[in-house]
Design a protein around this ligand. Structure first.
Ligand SMILES: NC(=O)C1=CN([C@@H]2O[C@H](COP(=O)(O)OP(=O)(O)OC[C@H]3O[C@@H](n4cnc5c(N)ncnc54)[C@H](OP(=O)(O)O)[C@@H]3O)[C@@H](O)[C@H]2O)C=CC1
Ligand SMILES: CC(C)(CO)C(=O)C(=O)O
Length: 312
């Protein structure tokens, strides 16, 4: 299976790097500065699951079309931030032959509309990942702690040879993975958890443990999670008890230093996927007539951050 990974940041760098480490046919589509660094230093992963230093193949937008014409890609793993989606779609388009499948692992759901419109729904799998990883200042992929898992599947449900093929490759690479027969539900399980985590930790500018230690903090996180769960139910994807319990336990874990990747970005002064995650969840709540004051507060807070950032 010939794979193109767009983005060698936290997620693309980690999962693409693990695939490359096991000898899979992986090429990174990156911008020129990252291509230069990867050619010079290789892809470096620093992880509690084991460090890796891997020589990787890279392409940039100007060289992709020729490379894809010579040897078409079977799978494109899309690992950009949501605010980079439109140019990223343009960038991978030359690699999208009739038989090429695209697997996005972005957080949130909104990107599927744009991907379907450009490539056709049948060529776009559903995907998500659980990991805390970031591109460190020295260019290495810093995996900040367990887990590092990827879940993917046919959006109409069931299995397929392309899903089984990628699952086999993940198994060979030692990547914790799940080929899901119901990825649409898995996406809502994650989205409802992540939106609560991102809204709560960004609004409070604190880890889960610090929030929960505050008077009223646990009740706040639980109520925020309930707002997101109500949206999932209204969208026809009620989160099952098992997934709900796991999510709730991590949102209320007293000793937890977990923060959403959105808070890490915010603390570093970077752009955030506010509209894609917290804004989208709130707007769905409002469309369903669900009262969501905590999501609303987080959305205002994040917009104010973005406004300040743009004005700085
Ligand atoms: N990091 C995490 O722990 C987790 C992240 N996620 C989600 O995964 C998605 C990706 O996040 P993450 O990996 O952290 O993001 P990063 O910002 O770390 O990496 C994204 C990379 O995509 C590259 N990129 C964007 N557009 C293009 C383009 N047109 N051509 C080439 N490269 C491009 C960027 O390159 P450049 O540096 O040149 O801009 C950047 O290095 C997000 O939706 C995020 O919410 C999900 C779970 C956990
Ligand atoms: C929920 C979590 C931590 C899982 O990977 C995540 O997706 C994020 O922080 O963006």
């Amino acid at each position: 299976m010939r794979i193109l990974v767009l983005g060698a940041g936290g997620t693309g760098g980690y999962f693409g790097g693990r695939l490359a480490q096991c000898g899979a046919d992986v090429t990174f589509l990156v911008r020129p500065a990252r291509a230069t660094a990867l050619q010079r230093d290789g892809l470096r992963i620093r992880s509690p699951l084991g460090d890796a230093d891997v020589a990787v193949r890279t392409l940039t937008a100007d060289t992709l079309a020729d490379a894809a014409a010579r040897a078409p890609f079977d799978l494109v793993l899309l690992a950009c931030k949501a605010y980079d989606l439109e140019p990223a779609i343009d960038a991978v388009a030359p690699a999208m032959a009739a038989t090429t499948t695209l697997l996005p692992i972005l957080n949130g759901l909104l990107h599927y509309d744009a991907l379907d419109a450009r490539f056709g729904r049948g060529r776009v799998l559903g995907g998500l990942c659980f990991i805390s990883a970031t591109l460190a200042d020295d260019g290495a992929i810093a995996h900040l702690g367990r887990p590092a898992s990827i879940t993917f599947g046919e959006r109409e449900g069931g299995g397929s040879t392309r899903v089984a093929g990628f699952a086999a490759l993940c198994a060979r690479a030692g990547i914790d993975h799940r080929a899901s027969g119901d990825i649409a539900q898995e996406q809502w399980n994650k989205f409802s958890f992540l939106a609560a985590l991102a809204a709560g930790t960004c609004l409070m500018r604190a880890s889960v443990g610090d929030i929960v230690a505050a008077d009223g903090g646990a009740a706040f996180m639980a109520a925020l999670h309930d707002e997101c769960l109500a949206v999932a139910s209204a969208e026809g994807r009620p989160v099952p008890d098992g997934a709900r319990g796991i999510a709730r336990a991590s949102l209320l874990e007293g000793a937890s230093d977990v923060k959403a990747s959105m808070l890490r970005d915010l603390e570093a002064g970077r752009r955030v996927e506010a509209a894609h995650i917290v804004g989208d969840m709130l707007h769905r709540a409002l469309a369903h007539g669900i009262d969501a004051p905590r999501l609303q507060a987080a959305w205002v807070h994040l917009q104010a951050y973005e406004g300040q950032r743009a004005g700085a």
